[in-house]
Write a protein that binds this ligand. Structure first.
Ligand code: COA
Ligand code: AMP
Length: 630
């Protein structure tokens, strides 16, 4: 069946479509109906089904005689080590970690925070939580103590799992002191932490609270899979929201497992005897869905890579991994391809290493600019496919499904709707716009299985943030248009979210940290264009009258604060000290105007501006590049 007929079937009768897809997974108790509608239009998928996600990702493959099939290849460009795990190996490891977690008092529904680098034990930990019905929340290693503390307070974990260190080019990131600081900052009391000691750095452990991973695992009784109801939460993943408070996006077990099992073969076209590599981090949605759950539930081989696209050791790193592990389909962010292109524009390292059996490259996380797409297509000679999704959705909503023999792509567009998703472009009055007209990108309710049913502990905020703007629809937060052929073009955000190297950040959250500096009277943080990272945050600050510090000193301190509080992932390195910020007569900071000036665009003086001289300050400051490199 073609993409078009499958798409049509998915939207004509979603219940029938997803009940059939539900057969892709093993249920302890098969669902008798597809969904129950909630009053807000969100569905509980497969409400009377019971299953275990870890069983579906691990044990069932062994039961099917595929235990010796490679499940996970861990390739660390940082240590030079490659480790392969079969499904049987994973089952042993995960059962042991699950027993170890349970021995610390973690039970069904309890939360476990996983603050770990890209090591296989982090995957075992996620699956171990799923095995016993605990709810994991992975926190990306590039977030600092304050952000971790916020997540500890929101998720209220019984246990935190960590490692002694992460390995970044040129530095060893000691995770344990960052966790200790977060625990000290958090109001919620963390009773136990389990620390994986890596050979590169030994963390000091606090008696009575910190437990050594390998000893605790060795002492544990292996744990079996505990079936849970379909709507039982599998994980919480925090993502940037407009208020500066991270949103705890919840994904359930049943709908999620079905979406994972359906998407790997049907979108990416990966067979169970093939190798899929998502070049992301387990701290992001891509890592959850396409390093861990998607490939393993499907039963193929997943590659987990600790390293960078460039500098570890060079821009040939991707091609080495693809060749060495016979990767069939690769998924990364456009920023990574831009970094490779800059270092190796002629593709000499690619020619040297080859691209093995690579069949397709999927890109997501930010808009794939046509130059980067065209370069990758020419160099690799395989389809390069932009596709679009969000942490909230958990799996792609726009793209080209090579698994459904769809090959149509259009540069500048993230593709056509994936089966299960129904798009509309609306204006502020909820009127549907015609092809070519730009408006809010929304999705019809109910969202398909796998998408978030709520925000952790904040259902009212969930309704307010996503369902209230356009009644009957989920508001994505992106703006764009549909063209005459049904391709959706994602153009920009309608809020303060920016995309830095494929990472989603809120400028409002950065502004909160900057404005808390005692010398800062007011500030604006905007996302300026960057040739590699897509966007980078830049701060404009006005000092309080009479402060006795130099501009450079304040700028350095502000940069350090953002790094210390939010984390290095923010890539916040540029601050301009200006005399005033341009504002409207009603006192609203003209952020779009500041952004345009920072990007070197010609800007007409807004009619509503209160003090045109403030614009001059911005122009001058940008021109003088009174920039402080942090
Ligand atoms: N633990 C601790 N620190 C981390 C970290 C982790 N897990 N991951 C990143 N960081 C740090 C980096 O060391 C860097 O710190 P620095 O300012 O001291 O250099 C900072 O956070 C920013 O990291 P990152 O966003 O990875 O950028 P980078 O400058 O190291 O290089 C590129 C990134 C440009 C090579 C980019 O192409 C890339 O690969 N980005 C990641 C793409 C991605 O995975 N997106 C996820 C969605 S698919
Ligand atoms: P995240 O939740 O971190 O995955 O970020 C989701 C946001 O990233 C989306 O709402 C978009 O703003 C942006 N995004 C992701 N993929 C794409 C894409 N292919 N094209 C344009 N924007 C994208």
């Amino acid at each position: 069946m073609s993409y078009s007929s499958i798409y049509a079937a998915s939207v004509a009768d979603p219940a029938a479509f997803w009940m059939e897809a539900a057969q892709l997974i093993n249920w302890e108790q098969a669902p008798t109906r597809a969904g129950d509608a909630q009053p807000d239009g969100i569905w509980t998928w497969f409400p009377d089904g019971r299953l275990n996600t870890c069983h579906n990702a691990v044990d069932r493959h062994i039961a099917a005689g595929r235990g010796e099939r490679t499940a996970l290849i861990h390739d660390s460009a940082m240590t030079g080590r490659v480790t392969r795990y079969t499904y049987a190996d994973i089952q042993r490891e995960v059962a042991q970690v699950a027993g170890m977690i349970r021995a610390q008092g973690v039970d069904l529904g309890d939360r476990v925070i996983i603050y770990m680098p890209m090591v296989p034990e982090a995957v075992f930990a996620m699956l171990a939580c799923a095995r016993i019905g605990a709810v994991h929340s992975v926190v990306f290693g590039g977030f600092a103590s304050h952000e971790l503390a916020k997540r500890i307070d929101d998720a209220e974990p019984k246990l935190v799992l960590t490692a002694s260190c992460g390995l970044e080019p040129g530095r060893t990131v000691a995770y344990k002191p960052l966790l200790d600081a977060a625990i000290a900052l958090a109001t919620h009391k963390v009773l136990y932490t389990v620390v994986l000691q890596r050979p590169e750095l030994t963390a000091s452990l606090e008696a009575g609270r910190d437990i050594e991973w390998s000893e605790a695992c060795a002492a544990a009784e292996p744990a079996d899979c505990v079936p849970v109801s379909s709507d039982h939460p599998l994980y919480i993943l925090y993502t940037s929201g407009t208020t500066g408070i991270a949103k705890g996006v919840v994904h359930d077990n049943g709908g999620h497992a079905v979406a994972m099992a359906w998407s790997v073969p049907n979108i990416y076209g990966v067979g169970t005897d093939e190798v899929f590599w998502a070049g992301s981090d387990i701290g992001w949605a891509v890592g959850h869905s396409y390093i861990v759950y998607g490939p393993l539930i499907h039963g193929c081989t997943s590659v987990m890579y600790e390293g960078k696209p460039v500098g570890t050791p060079d821009a040939g790193a991707f091609w080495r991994v693809i060749r060495d592990h016979e990767v069939d389909v690769f998924f990364t962010a456009p920023t990574a391809i831009r970094a490779v292109k800059r270092e190796d524009p002629e593709g000499l390292l690619l020619a040297e290493k080859g691209s093995g059996r690579l069949r397709a490259l999927y890109l997501a996380g930010e808009r794939a600019d046509p130059d980067t797409l065209a370069w990758a297509e020419t160099m690799l000679g395989v389809p390069v496919i932009d596709h679009w999704w969000q942490t909230e959705l958990g799996w792609p909503a726009l793209g080209t499904c090579i698994g459904l023999s769809d090959t149509r792509t259009r540069h500048g567009s993230a593709g056509r709707p994936i089966p299960g998703y129904s798009f509309a472009i609306l204006d502020s009055e909820d009127k549907e716009l015609a092809a070519g007209e730009i408006g809010d990108i929304v999705l019809s309710l109910p969202l398909p299985p796998g998408c978030f049913p709520t925000l952790w502990q904040r259902h009212a905020h969930f309704q307010d943030a996503y369902l209230s703007q356009h009644p009957g629809f989920y508001t994505t937060g992106d703006a764009g248009m549909v063209d005459d052929d049904g391709f959706v073009h994602v153009m920009s955000r309608i809020d303060d979210i920016i995309n830095v190297a494929g990472h989603r950040l809120s400028t409002g959250a950065i502004e909160q940290i900057v404005s808390a500096h005692p010398a800062v009277a007011e500030c604006a943080v905007i996302g300026a264009n960057d040739v590699i990272k897509g966007m980078i945050p830049i701060g404009f600050i006005v000092l309080k009258a009479g402060v006795q510090v130099s501009d450079d000193e304040v700028s350095r301190e502000v940069v350090a604060r953002v790094r210390d509080e939010l984390g290095p992932v923010a890539a916040f390195k540029s601050v301009h000290v200006v005399k005033a910020l341009p504002k409207t007569r009603s006192g609203k900071t003209l952020r779009a105007t500041i952004r345009a000036i920072a990007n070197g665009e010609a800007v007409a003086t807004p009619a509503t501006i209160e003090d045109p001289a403030a614009l001059e300050h911005i122009y001058q400051s940008v021109a003088e590049t009174s920039k402080v490199e942090g």
